[in-house]
Design a protein around this ligand. Sequence first.
Ligand SMILES: Nc1ncnc2c1ncn2[C@@H]1O[C@H](COP(=O)(O)OP(=O)(O)OP(=O)(O)O)[C@@H](O)[C@H]1O
Length: 249
Amino acid sequence: MPLTLHRVTKAFGGLVAVNQVSFSVRPGTIHGLIGPNGAGKTTLFSLITGFYKPTSGRVELDGVDITSLSTSARALKGLVRTFQGTMLFPDQTVGENVENGMLATIRPRLLDWLVETSGTKAMKCAQTDEILEFAQLSNLRHAKARDLSHGQQRVLGIAIALAARPRVLLLDEPFTGMTAGEKDRLVEMLERIRQSGTTVILVEHDMRTVMRLCDVITVLNFGKVLTEGTPEEVRRHPEVMAAYLGTSL
Ligand SMILES: Nc1ncnc2c1ncn2[C@@H]1O[C@H](COP(=O)(O)OP(=O)(O)OP(=O)(O)O)[C@@H](O)[C@H]1O
């Protein structure tokens, strides 16, 4: 399994935000992480990316214990995240922002990267072309990131993460603030990411989109796993319905 959590717990003082959470993410799937407000999704996300260290428990990537690794060490191993708010360099072009994303994977050759030869420049350019085409942003390559719409900026955030060549891509509420059309386009892009073999972990509040896109969903409630299953199984689970009372699933 690309990613496995073993009885992961995170306490903030007396408050146990994530309580003995265990689950595995199957390769090449889109795995949703949902739950009502305060259920522990963001904390769990931070435990997976390495922003937080667990109070107890273990996180494994491809069977290797990565619990003590930093966020950047995890990124070098292929565990790459996007951010809830967009994290872009607004005054740089779309293409330059994507090139920045590549830095996450090339630490051993950072000097080569900084002292740019014609070879490295051509390689960067070709990879940027490929990613921009994949994200359908090629026509905006020379636009400043600040001039993009909100939805386009969110897609650029994912393109930057893709530039780091993730094996496991963690997306934190990527659909927030998007129009219906932008959501459709992002759903289609995430389906292409899955087809390419990249595993995706998706924290998302938009239930319709989660149900449409995910292969497996883990439901958190009060810091614990309430249930896990296909969208259909989760939708029919009585406690999930109770936890989401008033929300259409
Ligand atoms: N740094 C922190 N210090 C203290 N308590 C925290 C901290 N971060 C989160 N919590 C608490 O842990 C619990 C889980 O919070 P978390 O943000 O992980 O939930 P969530 O499911 O992401 O919620 P939301 O959907 O509202 O973003 C909440 O009770 C929250 O108040």
